[in-house]
Design a protein around this ligand. Structure first.
Ligand SMILES: C[S@@+](CC[C@H](N)C(=O)[O-])C[C@H]1O[C@@H](n2cnc3c(N)ncnc32)[C@H](O)[C@@H]1O
Length: 303
């Protein structure tokens, strides 16, 4: 009981300290809205990054995280960094994005893909005499999501004896080139592979050295990595399944609609859209998609 009280009062002290620091930060004239708006304008104009499409609190937190990493104390100093030879577009993009991901993250949709969506889609393809299956992993970060899809897809194609008949591709895209390069290499540590069983590790990865493993070449072949901004509204192909998880949460409601329209236009019929655990549609967008699986946030395209 005593420990709990001590912990609570320590936490309250820390909270007050942070609040105090933030108030002082925003009261400083070099952190006025004028400077923050100028930062946004620069980024929009110079690096053509649609920062205004992201939630204001999100961009603010990310800008402040970059400032802290660069030891810059005010928005004014940050703005001076933007106009100096030290400015690096990739440092900014890296700081804006959060690339956290893992193999088979929130496993539910992967199970549903394996048990229902992929077998049904493949049956439809066979009935219609089609030979391609295309999946888009939008906001793929360091590649764990598209490679998880490749593992399932390869397993099903093998089980159904369809590897020679169906040409399957997973297009993995992200705004940020740095995690994409990690995905292209396809090498992960045991910590990053914590959701993979021993049996799956043996079947799907080659041991390199120490705790490093590489995704097997036949799985790597399914995945093409590309840099692409889903806020650009630009189509990059036509797909049977689009998986875009834990990306929309950072985007304004209005711009989420632009993205959902892009996904609708990029899907075949039948076509599935898989969103993240905490992501859903604005209600009035029911005419574009309907729920296929409410629990797993999986939608099917309305023709
Ligand atoms: C939190 S990670 C999610 C990774 C993976 N989808 C998952 O759920 O595990 C979000 C990713 O979205 C990417 N992202 C953010 N804005 C984007 C945009 N406009 N276009 C494409 N990718 C974007 C980030 O670079 C980051 O890699």
């Amino acid at each position: 009981m005593k420990n709990k009280t001590t912990f609570n009062s320590k936490a309250a002290e820390l909270f007050d300290e942070i609040k105090d620091k933030r108030e002082k930060f925003y009261a400083h004239p070099d952190n006025s809205e004028k400077y923050f708006d100028q930062i946004l304008t620069f980024l929009q104009r110079t690096i053509k990054l649609n920062v205004q499409c992201y939630r204001d609190s999100y961009v603010r937190r990310r800008v402040e995280a970059i400032m802290s990493r660069l030891s810059l104390e005010t928005y004014k100093q940050f703005q001076q960094w933007l106009y100096s030879p030290l400015f690096d577009k990739n440092v900014f993009i890296k700081g804006l994005t959060i690339n956290v991901t893992e193999f088979f993250r929130d496993i539910g949709p992967f199970r549903y893909l394996e048990m229902k969506i992929l077998p049904e889609l493949l049956d439809t393809k066979l009935r219609q005499g089609e030979e391609t299956l295309r999946i888009w992993s939008a906001g793929c970060a360091t590649g764990e999501e598209p490679y998880s899809l490749a593992i399932i897809l390869d397993w099903i194609l093998q089980r159904k004896n369809l590897k020679a008949r169906i040409a399957a591709k997973i297009i993995a895209t992200d705004l940020d080139p740095i995690p994409i390069n990690v995905g292209i290499k396809g090498c992960y540590s045991l910590q990053q592979l914590k959701n993979i069983s021993q049996e799956s590790l043996r079947r799907n990865f080659d041991h390199l050295f120490g705790d490093k493993y590489a995704i097997k070449p036949h799985l790597k072949e399914y995945v093409d990595f590309q840099q692409h901004d889903i806020l650009s509204g630009q189509k990059n192909g036509v797909y049977d399944i689009i998986i875009c998880r834990n990306v929309l949460i950072y985007v304004n409601k209005d711009d989420q609609i632009t993205i959902l329209k892009l996904f609708w236009e990029s899907l075949n019929v039948p076509g599935y859209l898989i969103l993240g655990k905490t992501e859903s549609f604005p209600l009035f967008y029911n005419e574009l998609f309907r729920y296929d699986n409410l629990n797993e946030h999986i939608y099917i395209k309305m023709p």
